[in-house]
Design a protein around this ligand. Structure first.
Ligand code: ADP
Length: 255
C-alpha cells in the first residue's frame, strides 16, 4: 500500500556517459509487494536504470536507497547480499553445465567454509552440500524445470531458458527481483506461463520490477507502470492511465 516504507527509493538520479545523459533526474519509489512495470522506447534509459539499481553503474548524481539503506555506491555483490537479484536481456547461463548445475552454482555463491574444510570433507560441509542439493531440487520443481534438470540449457526451448535464469536469480531468495525484458523471444503460451511465475514470485514475498515491451503482459501483471523517455520519467500510473497519457502516446509515435 502507499503508506508502506518503499523497498526501493530512487531520488533524482542522473547518469551521464561522457556527453550523453542516459538518466535525467529520475525519481521513483517501489513499495514492497509490488509488481512494477518499466516501459519506454528504445534508448530511453531502462537498462541503465537497472544497472544503477543493481550497482553495475554508479549514478552521476542523486541517491538510491534499498530497504532503508543508502546503496548509491554499493557494488553488485553487496547489493546481491542485501537482496537485489536481476536477470539480463541476453541470457547468461553456463552452457557447459546442466540446468541443475546452473542452479547449484547460483546457490553456492556464498561460501561459508574454508578450502581446508572442503578438502577434509568435514560433517558441516557434507550437511551444507546436502542442503544445497535439496534447495536446487526445490527451485527446479518450483519453476517447472525438474524434467530438464540434466539437460544442457542451450538444447532447451527459449522459454525454458528464461525460466532457468529466473530460477537462478531466485536462488538467493531476493527481496527485489529485476527482470530485463523477460518476455523477449517467448511465444504466447510461454508468456502466459511467465505471467504465472512472476505472480507466484510476488506472492512468495519478492517485489518485482520488470522492463517489458509486451504491453499485454504489462497490463495483466502490473498495478503501476513507470514510463521513461529520453532518460526521464514522463508518466506513472496504472497501465490504463499511462497508455492514455498524451506524453506517452507522443513518445511512442516518435520512436
Ligand atoms: P533502454 O534500455 O531503454 O533501451 P539504455 O538504458 O540501454 O536504454 O540506454 C540509454 C542510453 O544510454 C542510450 O543512448 C545508450 O546508448 C546509452 N548507454 C547505455 N549504456 C551505455 C554505456 N555503457 N556507455 C555509453 N552509453 C551507454
Amino acid at each position: 500500500s502507499s503508506t508502506a516504507e518503499p523497498l526501493l527509493d530512487i531520488r533524482s538520479v542522473t547518469k551521464d556517459f561522457r556527453g550523453l545523459r542516459a538518466l535525467d533526474d529520475v525519481s521513483l519509489t517501489v513499495a514492497p509487494g509490488e509488481i512494477r512495470g518499466i516501459v519506454g522506447p528504445n534508448g530511453s534509459g531502462k537498462t541503465t536504470l537497472f544497472n544503477v539499481i543493481s550497482g553495475f553503474y554508479r549514478a552521476t548524481s542523486g541517491q538510491v536507497r534499498f530497504a532503508g539503506r543508502t546503496t548509491t555506491t554499493a557494488r553488485p555483490y553487496t547489493l546481491s547480499l542485501l537482496g537485489v537479484a536481476r536477470t539480463f536481456q541476453n541470457l547468461r547461463l553456463f552452457g557447459q553445465l546442466t540446468v541443475r548445475e546452473n542452479i547449484l552454482v547460483a546457490l553456492d555463491r556464498t561460501r561459508t567454509h574454508t578450502i581446508w574444510q572442503y578438502a577434509l570433507w568435514q560433517p558441516g560441509v557434507v550437511r551444507r552440500e546436502r542442503r544445497l542439493r535439496r534447495r536446487a531440487q526445490e527451485l527446479l520443481e518450483r519453476f517447472g524445470l525438474a524434467d530438464f534438470a540434466e539437460s544442457a540449457p542451450g538444447s532447451l526451448p527459449y522459454g525454458i531458458q528464461r525460466r532457468i535464469e529466473i530460477a537462478r536469480a531466485m536462488a538467493a531468495r531476493p527481496r527485489l527481483l529485476l527482470l530485463d525484458e523477460p518476455a523477449a523471444g517467448l511465444n504466447g503460451e510461454e508468456v502466459g506461463q511467465l505471467a504465472g511465475i512472476v505472480r507466484s514470485i510476488r506472492d512468495s514475498g519478492t517485489t518485482v520490477v520488470l522492463i517489458e515491451h509486451n504491453m499485454g503482459l504489462v497490463m495483466s501483471l502490473c498495478e503501476r507502470v513507470t514510463v521513461l523517455s529520453g532518460g526521464g520519467v514522463i508518466a506513472e500510473g496504472t497501465p490504463a492511465e499511462v497508455v492514455a497519457a498524451p506524453e506517452v502516446i507522443e513518445a511512442y509515435l516518435g520512436d
